[in-house]
Write a protein that binds this ligand. Structure first.
Ligand SMILES: [Fe+2]
Length: 255
């Protein structure tokens, strides 16, 4: 097999379906800059750029650093709106830090947020209040309609009714399992995170990342079925900050 590079990582490809990471990058800690991944659903000149940020896991002792890294990464994206995809805080002590981060990100555009399983432990009502205190919009059970030139982008939370109308329909979620119904419901873009322990990538097979793919069927970077694309973020942070060939990231999507 002949080695080549993908996003800075040395890999080997065997046939057209396997990608093996044999000398990948080990990342320990949270100090490094976030990778900015770009997913293009359209090549049109008036594409609407969204940036999806998931799995912040703000917790005591790391919130200031993580917030700074998020603001740095998002600030240079040129996005029209910021979508926060859940697992925002790991403890109630960090709700103030979340409000401050949302407030800072508001300089980019509307900040829309949904919760994840870690936010449920803190209390979705409390996390929602923190987002709204920072000037953000909680879209867990509702749809935000974003005007972009002559186009309308509908951005729904996982508990919202599937939006009718609009030029582009986006589902902002946390858990990738929503993909099974969302693609049939007509969403053009489904955003998810929820890395949860899958921060070691040894190889990819048919787009799935392993060994995480053994536990999670949608452990992948992205997947396209018909007109619907699933994009799974590798997130900003983890409970255990050790990674292999799995960069901490935000994801820019042109729709
Ligand atoms: Fe999660």
């Amino acid at each position: 097999m002949r080695p080549y590079w993908v996003q800075g990582f040395p890999v080997c490809r065997g046939g057209s379906e396997w990608v093996v990471h044999f000398g990948g990058r080990l990342e320990i800690g949270l100090r490094g800059a976030l990778h900015v991944r770009v997913e293009r659903l359209t090549a049109r000149a008036d594409a609407c750029r969204l940036v999806y940020v998931s799995d912040l896991h703000l917790r005591r002792g790391r919130s200031v650093l993580l917030s700074r890294r998020v603001v740095e990464a998002v600030g240079g994206c040129g996005a029209r709106a910021v979508l926060l995809g859940g697992d925002l805080v790991d403890g109630a002590s960090e709700l103030g830090a979340l409000s401050a981060l949302v407030s800072e990100l508001g300089a980019v555009g509307p900040v829309l947020a949904v919760g994840g399983n870690h936010d449920r432990r803190v209390g979705l009502d409390r996390v929602r209040a923190a987002v709204e205190d920072g000037g953000g919009v909680w879209i867990q059970d509702t749809t935000y309609r974003l005007s972009h030139g002559s186009r309308l982008v509908s951005i729904a939370g996982p508990g919202a009714a599937v939006p009718g109308g609009g030029d582009v329909r986006v589902l902002c979620a946390h858990h990738p399992r929503v993909w099974h119904w969302a693609r049939r419901a007509g969403y053009d873009l489904v955003l998810a995170g929820h890395l949860h322990g899958c921060q070691v990538v040894a190889f990819a097979y048919r787009g799935r990342l392993f060994p995480g793919g053994i536990l999670y069927s949608n452990c992948c970077e992205s997947r396209q079925v018909g007109c619907s694309r699933l994009v799974v973020s590798r997130g900003v942070s983890d409970l255990v900050p050790i990674r292999w060939c799995c960069p901490r990231e935000v994801v820019v999507c042109d729709v």
